[in-house]
Design a protein around this ligand. Sequence first.
Ligand code: ZN
Length: 356
Amino acid sequence: MTTRRQFIRSTLIAAAGSACVSETIQAGETAALSPIIDCQSHLYVPEMVALMKKRTTDPLVYEKEGAQWIKMGDWHRKILPKHMDVPAKIADMDANNIKVTALSINDPGPEWFENDGPAVAAVMNDFIAQIAREHPGRFVGLCVLPLQDRPAAEKELQRCIDVLDMRGILLYTNLVGAWPDEPQFRWLFQTAVNLDVPILLHPAKPATTEQVKGYDLTSTMGNMFEDTIALARLIASGLLDEFPKLKLVCPHLGGALPYMAGRFDHQVTVLKRSNQNLQRKPSQYMREQVYFDIVSPQPLAMKFAVEFSGPDRLLFGSDHPWVDPKLILDSLRSLHLPPEHEAAILYNNASKIFKL
Ligand SMILES: [Zn+2]
């Protein structure tokens, strides 16, 4: 296993200045509006981008037409300038009355770096925690873990919660081909319950990449299938009965799964398929034990989610900087929900989950 020190020394990369930007933008004068917590918002870690530029195997970073691109197999994404710009993120938060952001890295996570995973996780988590420290009250961190190395992951999780004051775990929907419901990851859910921290089930490089890479549909379709499949598997595994106190947040309105809940229920209750581990209908687990974030800029989809899950099970998220928070906020506000329902979605639910 590579230690953090060895890792840093071997890469000889410093993200000078990037992680230490002092806050220059003060909160806007928008106190009359309901405050907002953004539960899905990312930054690339400059030190990791620099490292990935030196790699010859995936995940790696290359330059094209003046931009940096990240390559994971057949998935190529342009890194946006705001992905490494903390003042720009704060400016966008202020412009949208976002009081606090639960900040996380942008993928790839530590599981992509084999034996370097523990060192990579430490670099990533230290970066996110440092930003939270430098901007008190504006950010809380979500940690990532080197799940290919359980002892290291357990240690890093404890460090992130106890030492770095991080408030949750960003768990990828697939871990270089493995799914979070598989037995080797069961300890993580138990530990999250013991520590009383939420797990955000964030899309990873899609297991369906081969099927969706045409026409550049990997993010459009593949990431949403990730949420759909990973959550369906977690439910079908019986994990939510095993951990009734687990705080599980599924982004993007759960992909397509809530929309297909009737089919899932029918398969389980009538056709007796995927019912081996279940005590209730799949839709009940979705409604009673899963939080969804509303990063899905379609008012009709949000309306369905409000009716399906209720306002106490939804959280505001933007997926900044991929998505302008205003797009999600405008979609939500177009529903003209009762103020108390809107406040629950925008602030109160997340405030409880992240212990703000
Ligand atoms: Zn995201």
